[in-house]
Design a protein around this ligand. Structure first.
Ligand SMILES: *Cc1c(COP(=O)(O)O)cnc(C)c1O
Length: 382
């Protein structure tokens, strides 16, 4: 196996799920988002562990992701958070994936497909748009959409969902916006009840809302990034610390490799494509066998530092497709085949987290984690 690998610390995953459980009421259902290959951690392995740790639901974005879970032996309910094309709808039904719906055209595609398969009460969630402007009917339309679903003999409304746009922010105007979204969503559910229809499971909270807005849990919360050990936003972590709340989340993934070669570099020599960096003094370089095709994005350099033998060393020059070069200085303690860690929990030997890397590249931990490509084997450790 390649030495470049993503080591998945399953103990930390279990820890994070317990932390999430401790943040929610015992009766609140827990949905774990395992979309995008469980944020890069491996969907089936994470889903299996999540169900074992008490997840009630799992969430995917695509039909293929749902099928992968079913093929991997997952039997719990699976929500599909994004829309799929009409050609995929028979598979959604075959694999008992629960879609988000919100308009008559999309709902009738499910009704037709369920009827053809002879399924009587295929479960759907009604998505309500309360301010994200992504998917969902307006709160005012929720009643007529629920009635429409009710008139479809092969469908059953089993829940309602909305999604927050700024729940990761504690700025006054954003707190107000989230509050308004929450109130609109509750109103939408009330409109549905007024029509004599049970709206089913109500869910609006993502990771940020789970941490910042415990009063918004309703019947189910949808945890994504916190499952994998990261706060949705630096603000959230700081804010919680100020409030005296410490949710000890632990990073789950470590991105590891090893030094493939140690090179000496004379003063004035340039490194990598474009010759963007040259040695000011005689120095040494460690060549690492990972690059942007593994998810070590070009935009991380300059700025990225990688841990080798308990110290951070800077990546020099451009990151290549399959390799990158790290300056190890004039008197390195570093030898060939030493372990190098890009990010991860402390026990991996990492000195950076996905948050540190994200901050330096002006992105978010979500993107750092989901960028780790298929070429990087996932290795699971207790
Ligand atoms: C991805 C997603 C989540 C989880 O988001 P996090 O910020 O990772 O917790 C929840 N709900 C929906 C609709 C999503 O798309």
């Amino acid at each position: 196996m390649r030495c470049t690998k993503a080591v998945i610390f399953m103990k930390n995953l279990q820890n994070n799920i317990s932390v999430i459980r401790s943040c929610i009421k015992p009766a609140t259902k827990l949905c774990i988002a395992v979309k995008a290959d469980a944020y890069g951690h491996g969907a089936v392995a994470v889903a299996t562990a999540a169900v074992k740790s008490g997840a009630d639901y799992l969430a995917v974005a695509t039909v293929d992701e749902g099928i992968e879970l079913r093929a991997g032996g997952i039997t719990c309910p699976i929500l599909m958070l994004s829309l799929c094309s009409p050609a995929e709808i028979p598979a959604v039904i075959n694999y008992t994936i629960t879609p988000f719906v919100f308009d008559e055209e999309y709902i009738s595609l499910y009704e037709t497909a369920a009827r053809k398969k002879g399924i009587s009460r295929f479960k759907v969630f009604l998505a309500v748009d309360t301010g994200m402007s992504r998917i969902g009917c307006s709160p005012e339309e929720a009643r007529s959409m629920a009635e429409y679903i009710q008139r479809c003999p092969h469908l059953k409304l089993c829940g309602m969902a909305t999604h927050f746009a700024v729940s990761d922010s504690t700025a006054a105007e954003n707190l107000k916006f989230t509050e308004q979204q929450f109130n609109s969503f509750k109103k939408a559910a009330a409109f549905v009840r007024e029509a004599g229809i049970d709206p089913g499971i109500l869910t609006c909270s993502n990771s940020a809302a789970i941490l910042l807005h415990p009063e918004m849990q309703l019947d189910m919360v949808r945890a994504g990034i916190i499952t994998y050990g990261y706060y949705p936003d630096q603000v959230t972590e700081n804010y919680l610390r100020e409030q005296g709340v410490t949710a000890p989340l632990k990073p789950v993934m470590a991105l590891e490799t090893e030094v493939a070669a140690v090179r000496t570099l004379s003063k004035g020599c340039s490194v990598s494509y474009g010759r963007t960096w040259s040695a000011a003094e005689n120095t040494t370089l460690a060549v690492l066998p990972l690059g942007y095709a593994d998810g070590l994005l070009r935009k991380y350099s300059p700025g990225l530092k990688i841990s080798i033998q308990g110290k951070l060393y800077p990546v020099r020059g451009r990151i290549c497709m399959d390799q990158c070069m790290v300056e190890t200085g004039s008197c390195p303690q570093i030898s060939r085949w030493d372990k190098a860690v890009v990010f991860g929990p402390a026990e991996s030997g990492a000195l950076s987290t996905a948050d540190d890397i994200a901050a330096a590249a002006e992105t978010i931990s979500y993107e750092v984690l989901t960028s780790i490509s298929k070429r990087v084997p996932r290795v699971y450790r207790d």
